[in-house]
Design a protein around this ligand. Structure first.
Ligand code: NAP
Length: 274
């Protein structure tokens, strides 16, 4: 698996695993944990979760998945904006750690921008690093203007920005992606398994590669060396497909066909988020 280098030199796999909608139903949790474990076995050892997902339930699924193998996994979680404050960040982080059954996160993200000033969030996250509760911090759903403001608020330690990125939502190619000096973590890279995977152009490219549409969407996101994609997959067949997508190289013709179906941005657009 190709790796992407974080600003501190740590290498993480270019393909990880999402967990949104895991942990919603207690009866599905064991199977979801098994899926995450298989993903780690296959090499997708970066796991992305959040306190928001299933109200902490997704973190509990991750706990079951990584029990006994914490060191193998690069663990990412996210704080609600209202919890990314001086008064609440430590408590929110400790709750996540407890649900995850670990004493540290590899990466802690601000889930999206709220009303807490960036400087306060940065100071709170840096304190968590000093306390050993997180190894590094980053952000999510921040546009180029937000990133510039973050940089002015002592945000030089930001390790990644996690944003929506797939052929249907490629506005970041105009500004955020080319300007970014830090890796971009692409969420919903297979379009949440919806319309994107039914699109004729994607399906035609997939047929040429003897691959699935999801694999083409992932290969497309991963064509950027600084992009990390985090598809969520609970089904074994999906996990195996996703892993194999890391080896697919799209041709100039493939990329041109995707551009024709999903035109690249010609001007700055508001950052899309789910
Ligand atoms: P996604 O990964 O694009 O899509 C997940 C859906 O696609 C699931 O229904 C999954 O089915 C299906 N799928 C996965 N692999 C497939 C394949 N090879 N073929 C066909 N279908 C496939 O969407 P997402 O869950 O929204 O995004 C990924 C992760 O990004 C999230 O889980 C979360 O960790 C993170 N995220 C972050 C934010 C944020 O604001 N920071 C927002 C959204 C998401 P099965 O589960 O049935 O296998």
């Amino acid at each position: 698996m190709r790796t992407v280098r974080l600003p501190d030199g740590t290498e993480v796999p270019c393909l990880g695993q999402g967990t949104w909608y895991m942990g919603e139903r207690r009866s599905d949790r064991t199977a979801e944990a098994r899926a995450l474990r298989l993903g780690v076995d296959l090499g997708m050892r970066l796991i992305d979760t959040a306190e928001m997902y299933a109200d902490g339930g997704a973190e509990e699924v991750v706990r079951e998945a990584i029990a006994g193998r914490r060191a193998e996994v690069f663990l990412v979680s996210k704080a609600y904006p209202q919890n990314a404050s001086a008064a609440r960040a430590k408590l929110a982080c400790e709750r996540s750690l407890k649900r995850l059954g670990t004493d540290y996160l590899d990466l802690y993200l601000l889930h999206w921008r709220g009303s807490v000033p960036f400087a306060e969030t940065v100071a709170a996250f840096e304190a968590l690093i000093r306390e050993g509760k997180i190894r590094r911090w980053g952000v999510s759903n921040l546009d180029p203007g937000d990133m510039a403001e973050l940089a002015r608020a002592n945000g030089g330690g930001c390790a990644v920005n996690q944003v929506l990125y797939n052929p249907q939502y490629r506005g970041i190619e105009f500004d955020l992606l080319p300007q970014s000096k830090i890796p971009i973590m692409a969420y919903s890279p297979v379009g949440q398994g919806g319309e994107l995977l039914k699109h004729r152009s994607i399906a035609a490219i997939a047929a040429r590669h003897d691959a699935s549409s999801a694999q083409i969407a992932l290969a497309w996101a991963l064509r950027h060396p600084q992009v990390i994609a985090i598809p969520k997959a609970a089904r074994e067949a999906h996990l195996r497909e996703n892993m194999a997508a890391a080896a697919i190289i799209l041709t100039a013709q493939d990329l041109a066909e995707i551009d024709a179906a999903f035109p690249p941005p010609r001007c700055a657009t508001a950052l899309a988020m789910l």
